[in-house]
Design a protein around this ligand. Sequence first.
Ligand code: ATP
Ligand code: MG
Ligand code: MG
Length: 358
Amino acid sequence: MNKIWILGAGQLGAMLKHAAQPLNIEVRPVETDETATFDIAANDIISVEREHWPVTPATEQLTQHSSFLNGPALAELADRASQKKLLDRLGLATAPWVDVKQGHSAEQLFAELGERVLLKQRSGGYDGKGQHWLKLSGSAEQRAIPQDWLDHCIAEQAIAFDEEVSLIGMRHANGDTAFYPLAINQHHEGILLATVSPVASKASLQGQAENMLGKLMDSLDYVGVMTMECFQVGDKLLINEIAPRVHNSGHWTQAGSSLSQFEAHIRAVADLPLVQPLVKTQSVMLNLIGVEYNQQWLSVPGVEVFWYGKEVRAGRKVGHINISIAERSQLLASLAQLEPLMTPVYADAIAWLIKHLD
Ligand code: ATP
Ligand code: MG
Ligand code: MG
């Protein structure tokens, strides 16, 4: 193997590149609007950091190349309707859903799915964008399907979940798989804000989760890291969505595991040895959303800052902080020292993290 090309050049591509460097592997993230003609060697590998992309000269060069990995799997998962159909076919539990077509009315969806229904655009959505709640007892806007969403969205039943959890797994070309422990995730305004992993109280769900994601990766003959976001309802998991890539809820593995999810993906696609990732200790991750960089974060023991170098905008992920400290009193002291260095919304997030420490 010569080089790994990554479709997409956001923070995930940057962290894949960063993880590959000590392995002496060159990773080349590609912006979708690049105009160059790429010199892709026959033994290069082409993978992705995102599941949606525009058709451009750059993305066409990568996705049409014979070295492009997981092409059919990515196409099937990128459309929420075909993703849900696949999960149904495999008997993997998801939120009850309807493929919304011309002629569908909100009344039909309420009758079939209940009083609260979430419309999700079939492709392109992230961070809760491209979603629209319908409520039987709501305003006029909440009781109608937007006209231009017909044929372009699915409708899901509102799930009263106990917690949101995610599982990150890896699969190599020979079919071997390995998994990280489940993470629990806290969202704020549709965007992931905080993650804790592992969590002792979720260990009883680990086998169920691994069976689900393993079955899915096998059925797609998938190679690389894949993420399964789930709703936990009692002792059952329902799949919310699948991300065929490294994932924000796995960033803790940079600090808390012998193998980061980024290196795991590189190893899988480059056919390097698969190992079970070892977990060092319980870790927490906080996303930096719409906040300015603060050098004082670096004064907190145990804080590991990843700043993405993006323009700061409200609601935009611009970095994350990992903390992986085995000594409980030191972890609590570091969280206490960090809190006044953050905006008020993080007080709730830090309280949530502390509540979920083992
Ligand atoms: P991501 O940034 O994770 O890719 P996304 O825009 O693709 O997000 P989803 O993960 O499908 O969107 O939904 C975002 C959040 O909305 C979920 O994490 C969950 O909190 C909530 N949500 C989604 N579907 C449902 C549902 N059926 N019932 C209740 N809440 C839901
Ligand atoms: Mg998504
Ligand atoms: Mg999601």
